[in-house]
Design a protein around this ligand. Structure first.
Ligand SMILES: [Mg+2]
Length: 310
């Protein structure tokens, strides 16, 4: 256990201590060893232990007080192995198989321009799910990515985090309280997404560090700033400023947003029609369905039907 009042400086690896997937420079390595004379120093990376050794050296566990490959699913302390966790041990075979079966059944019903192999890849800390299959060629990958992206464009800004079309539908229909989903960053998010238990990100290792008595833990990473969506923030500020004034702010398109009085959407004309004595009015439009991600591509693009899934 760390002495009471000790400080830990914890560093992300890729993009922080090293360029993505590259080896640490000698300057950085020296700086870290100097820092270690003053405080405890730990590293946490998303990659596995082998990859972290390639980047930080074979003696990485001796050079740092804590080493957390796979975000801490594997942990080393003071040069010794400490613990290991896996998605299989955590979720159990039943739930794991339920998720895999769900993904495979979902993908089985998708009609895509190309389908290849390895639709669900099992890894220690996650499942990686790909509608086209990870065995696709680079050309097929790009073809899928472009199609997937165009579907997402059709859907507009359904979510603030980046998710792509096909992956997104599967994604949305899979939401479960214990699971987190995110695009697979290691592949640029082009053809797959990851499924893993909630909290199994870089913060996972903090659970392990709780047992230590550090007075403070400083985390250094290249992605620690909250993502600032300029338009979202702008609109949120406007809503606050003009609260109660009966205005709607609607983000649409790529570069702008609209401001208009409440109710000035397609229903506006109904006010005019009220004076007429119609017994019934039938409205026909392309966006009349309640928001249901998995039917959207069917409505917009009959060639790639994912309707009736679930
Ligand atoms: Mg990083």
């Amino acid at each position: 256990m760390a002495g009471a009042g000790e400080v830990l400086c914890l560093f992300d690896v890729d993009g922080t201590l090293t360029a993505a997937r590259q080896k640490v420079t000698s300057d950085m390595a020296e700086f870290l060893q100097n820092l270690r004379k003053k405080v405890k120093v730990g590293v946490v990376g998303g990659s596995d232990f082998e990859k972290i050794k390639e980047q930080l050296g074979d003696d990485v566990v001796e050079k740092f007080d804590f080493v957390f490959p796979e975000n801490g699913l594997v942990a080393y302390k003071d040069g010794k192995f400490l613990s290991r966790q896996s998605i299989h041990a955590h979720l159990g075979e039943d739930l794991l198989q339920e998720i895999i079966n769900y993904c495979l059944a979902y993908i089985a019903k998708l009609k895509l321009p190309k389908k290849r192999g390895t639709f669900v890849e099992f890894r220690n800390g996650m499942l990686n799910v790909s509608p086209i299959g990870r065995n696709c060629t680079q050309e097929e990958r790009i073809e899928f990515y472009e199609l997937d992206k165009s579907l997402r464009m059709c859907m507009g800004t359904m979510t603030t985090t980046y998710t792509s079309g096909y992956s997104h539908f599967l994604f949305c229909s899979m939401r479960r309280p214990r699971l987190a989903l995110q695009p697979a960053l290691h592949t640029g998010g082009q053809i797959s997404f990851d499924v893993f238990p909630n909290g199994w990100d870089k913060t996972y290792c903090l659970g392990i560090l709780e047992k230590e008595a550090f007075s403070q833990i400083y985390f250094f990473g290249d992605k620690t700033m909250p993502k600032e969506h300029f338009r979202d923030k702008f609109v949120a500020d406007l809503r606050k400023e003009f609260d109660g004034k009966g205005l709607t702010f609607s983000i649409g398109g790529q570069i702008s947003f609209d401001v208009f009085p409440n109710g000035w959407d397609k229903t506006y004309c109904l006010g005019i029609l009220e004076k007429e004595a119609f017994s019934q009015i039938y409205f026909f439009g392309d966006k009349t369905m309640p928001h249901k991600p998995e039917v959207v591509p069917w409505l917009r693009n009959g060639a790639y039907s994912t309707a009736n899934i679930r």
